[in-house]
Ligand binder design. Sequence first.
Ligand code: ZN
Ligand code: ZN
Length: 147
Amino acid sequence: MSEQRLRQAIDTLKESGVRITPQRHAVLEFLLNAMVHPTADEIYKALEGKFPNMSVATVYNNLRVLKDIGLVRELTYGDSSSRFDCNTSDHYHIICNDCGKIVDFHYPLLNEVESLAEQVTGFDVSHHRLEVYGKCDECQEINTKKH
Ligand SMILES: [Zn+2]
Ligand SMILES: [Zn+2]
């Protein structure tokens, strides 16, 4: 499954004329396999053993290239810790209050929200983002063990 996605992603890279460096390949592969939503720092830490000469800046640079051709989405949360998502299909996120884990879930898109917002505000709406917050499985377990 992820092998196929990796091959598709690499085809997209080739079509866009983007050079596939070993680091770029590794960043992409990591994102596709992780299926979490890592920060650039987490990607760097996971790959630094494999690429001792790679810097966090290189990771950022590669993420920007992947983002520009639409293979990766950047999720910003108002601080410096952007997270990166290689699931570029429309989906929503649920975020754990305790550990910060982000999990994808699918729900029919709330497109009425966009047309309503346009009508009410006169904005030209580009997209919307919905986040649900709670406590993940693992964090719930930690809590029950404590008590
Ligand atoms: Zn959690
Ligand atoms: Zn996601």
